[in-house]
Design a protein around this ligand. Structure first.
Ligand SMILES: NC(=O)c1ccc[n+]([C@@H]2O[C@H](COP(=O)([O-])OP(=O)(O)OC[C@H]3O[C@@H](n4cnc5c(N)ncnc54)[C@H](OP(=O)(O)O)[C@@H]3O)[C@@H](O)[C@H]2O)c1
Length: 257
């Protein structure tokens, strides 16, 4: 079985940067997203540049059975996913009561259910071989509630909690699981969530996808479970643990307004 790094949401933003970093260091890849044409362009570019093998799998992670379909694809190709990067995700800016319910449902599917199911299918083979790394892309949003992005923050809180719990369950195995918690980062996320007007993205200096991925890539082999790139993001997370929750949620509201 050939080892591969599987990346969801690899068509842009952080996922694309992960694909570049892993291909550059000689890893074969499975790239997943809805935009097949973009994934084939990326496959062509990275295969030519780095001489690795890249498999493309078009999948909408908001649909039922998405993770089991991905698992079947990987099994049919006789691949072993030794690195799994659950990166696909999106947000939505605005008041919950004004939101589109279908979009919120899809967000829960992509950000929570698909991550949980991907871990379910791919952690077991890793445990059997006693080797592997799972990186779940969470967010600094996972550390507090987020008025004006209520569902998104809650999805990231789920993924953070779930990842931390699994890291303890798997501590005596060769499998490690990590939560990457970036702060505001310049990617397609901003337009997908209609966040252009949010103070969080307008007034703060945003990281680049490359900076975030370079940080994560360096930390993949160490023992840390929760990875927070950037000094300001670390301070933000620390403050949210010290300041009362009733105050933190108001501050988040004021920043996001
Ligand atoms: N940017 C930030 O400020 C920020 C901060 C903290 C955490 N994050 C997290 O980082 C992760 C990556 O986001 P990004 O910033 O790189 O945003 P992005 O540039 O918008 O990329 C999102 C990726 O997710 C994929 N995706 C979205 N919906 C999907 C679906 N239904 N099925 C399959 N794939 C889907 C997209 O691919 P297709 O459109 O081709 O399907 C795309 O490749 C997300 O989990 C996000 O929550 C982002």
């Amino acid at each position: 079985m050939k080892n591969v790094t599987l990346i969801t949401g690899a068509s842009g933003g952080l996922g694309l940067e992960f694909a570049k970093s892993y291909a550059k260091s000689g890893n074969n890849l499975v790239l997943v997203s809805r935009n097949e044409a973009k994934l084939y362009d990326i496959k062509k570019e990275l295969e030519n540049k780095y001489g690795v093998t890249i498999y493309v799998y078009k999948k909408d992670l908001s649909k039922a059975n998405a993770a089991s379909d991905i698992y079947d694809f990987v099994m049919k190709k006789q691949l072993f996913v030794n690195v799994l990067i659950n990166n696909a995700g999106f947000g939505d800016y605005g008041k919950f009561t004004n939101s589109d319910l279908k979009k919120q449902n899809n967000m829960v599917h992509v950000n929570i259910l698909s991550v949980m199911e991907m871990c379910y299918f791919f952690a077991k083979p890793m445990q059997e071989k006693d080797t592997g790394v799972i990186l779940n892309v969470c967010s600094v949003a996972g550390f507090q509630s987020g008025p004006l992005m209520s569902v998104y923050y809650a999805t990231k809180a789920f993924v953070l909690s779930f990842t931390e719990a699994l890291s303890v369950e798997m501590k005596d195995t060769g499998v490690s699981i990590k939560a990457l918690c970036p702060g505001p980062t310049n990617t397609g996320f901003v337009s997908a969530a209609q966040l252009e007007e949010s103070g969080l993205f307008k007034h703060l200096k945003n990281a680049t996808a490359k900076e975030v991925v370079q940080y994560a890539f360096k930390k993949m082999d160490n023992k840390k479970v929760v990875l927070i790139p950037g000094f300001l993001n670390k301070v933000m997370v620390l403050s949210s643990k010290i300041i009362p929750r009733s105050v933190v949620r108001k501050i988040v509201y004021l920043i996001q307004r």
